[in-house]
Design a protein around this ligand. Sequence first.
Ligand SMILES: Cc1ncc(C[n+]2csc(CCOP(=O)(O)OP(=O)(O)O)c2C)c(N)n1
Length: 683
Amino acid sequence: MAAGPASNAVRAAPDRAAHGRMANAIRALAMDAVEQAKSGHPGLPMGAADIATVLFTRFLKFDAAAPDWPDRDRFVLSAGHGSMLLYALLYLVGSANVTIDEIKRFRQLGSRTPGHPEHGHTAGVETTTGPLGQGLANAVGMAIAERHLAATFGDELVDHATYVLASDGDLMEGISQEAIALAGHLKLRKLIVLYDDNGISIDGPTALADSVDQVQRFESAGWAAARIDGHDPAAIAAALEAAQHADRPSLIACRTIIGFGAPTKGGTEKSHGAPLGPDEIAAARQRLGWTAPAFEIPAAILEPWRAAGRRGAAARLIWQQRLAARPPHERAEFERRTRGELTAALAGAVRTVKGKLAAAPKEIATRAASEFALDHLTAALPELIGGSADLTGSNNTRAKAMTVLNAADYAGRFIHYGVREHGMAAAMNGMALHGGVIPYSGTFLVFSDYCRPAIRLAALMRQRVIHVMTHDSIGLGEDGPTHQPVEHLAALRAIPNLKVFRPCDAVETVECWQLALENKDGPSVLALSRQNLPQLRRGVDEPNRCADGAYELIASDEGNAAVSLFASGSEVAVAVAARQLLAERGVSARVVSVPCVDLLLAASASLRAGIIGQARINIAVEAGIGQGWDAIIGTSGTFIGMTGFGASAPYKDLYQHFGITAEKVADAALARLRASSIQGIHT
Ligand SMILES: Cc1ncc(C[n+]2csc(CCOP(=O)(O)OP(=O)(O)O)c2C)c(N)n1
């Protein structure tokens, strides 16, 4: 196989002593910063220093002056607790935001060097890591995005590797199995995992809990895998060279000594996650031959590191020339996608869908409405990459024109993730972080629990990742309580910076899709029904009525409403029917559709108050638990929904059984009105 530009970046090896001095710079900074912070993890940076030195000085394609260069190689420190490895590297190569002062302020409030690496906070940090296994799975998504964009725009613009440093803990976590299986299946040859095989975790030797042969494990998942001495720079370089030319993803199991250099704590869990202490540090300095004072890197060692930081500058300039030489429309499209800007065609696609729904209203499930919308949205936005965790026909996430993205065709736009919700959600984060694509995918809402750690990280990292989660309530029926989400909407709404949309009909579905796509700085969940729902919105509304999170769907017949009925998703139709029952009893009620509680609560106080209104009685209805609805209906409001798990039965029977019906809603309103008028007489 032809050597790609990545291997052009390989530089001649320094002599072993020079290499050792450069690696020791990482070790010294890690020891000193952790000691000063009185907390942190020196063991991993000290153990992995040789690996990182070879990678950064000779293989990684990057330009420290341009951390956002789209065609840079990605480096993911999956074992985020070893953050001082990354901060030391960023400082040494001359990254503008990690100065020696920031190293001295490791783990302090407002520093660029927080306890675990945080993407968006420190330039050069490709993803936020700390929850073990997530970074590795993010890297799979980055490698998918790279292959897809290379197939779309050509190798001249997109041809970079994704390197991961993974620890024992990363590989013990279950998510790693999903990630490596997917990567092996997709033959992501530009994904290279360096495994810091030190045999130590927090409790002690990994042998306490693990006896997996990782090399065999990766090989069986379709990877190339090798075992090397992780302190031998020649062996590291040879393994990286081989990995760059592999036709599949590569694992390099690097046998290392945790806390390398620390005379009594090295090789043991004592160096994993605590300051070494002044005596041990002094002894380690002596053993390593490091004579410089704390936080000082001698110029003769810093200079080759800084040179490594500049090494990719020429390649970047040549890449920029290649980009500039592209036909203007191609260049503009590449740049638009890199910036994450949507096309002007989006608004037209939404208008088209709304027009069709106005002309021929549809009584369909919102999952089907989502598919209908996606047929138009995916045509307007070529950056949308869909998928499903083996529920394609149930989630309705594959637009008709989408072909499959696989090892034979990376230009495809639909990914069969397999039954791998954890890995899928984390890979989607990696795709969004990589840029140039907007990932969306599907599973059942009840399995959002399997995606939750990755969704939380997407929210923390402010990444646009869209989760289509269907079968969103007891409305799924016969599959029963294992599959019926009850607490999930509330649990997802509890995640900061995540938007949970639950549209009530086909029109709201396309509006919520538009809002999710325009939500550039965070993830979204679209909770969609399995069962058919009436189209409540008729005619064409030009503005997006879901934009404030809630709106008055049906006003009261006369003047001030006595009752406000709030509902989301499938229960909006229940509220509409209840309003009719109340009207027949001479009670005026209004219906407020609440497709996104998060947006409503984020709206200005006056806007929110206007939408919530001033009816005497507030009632909310949602086929989930009531937690969180108080913020809308007040503590004196009435909630009609679920208080425990569902059951297996046809869905209409379940709505009757659990009392989520128009009659119950109307009865509750009438009872409240009676009670308040009696109270009115007494007071
Ligand atoms: C999902 C998750 N569980 C637990 C932890 C807490 N934790 C941090 S490091 C670690 C294990 C450390 O072992 P290893 O991964 O081998 O790292 P090393 O000791 O080599 O630094 C654990 C359990 C975590 N960060 N993430």
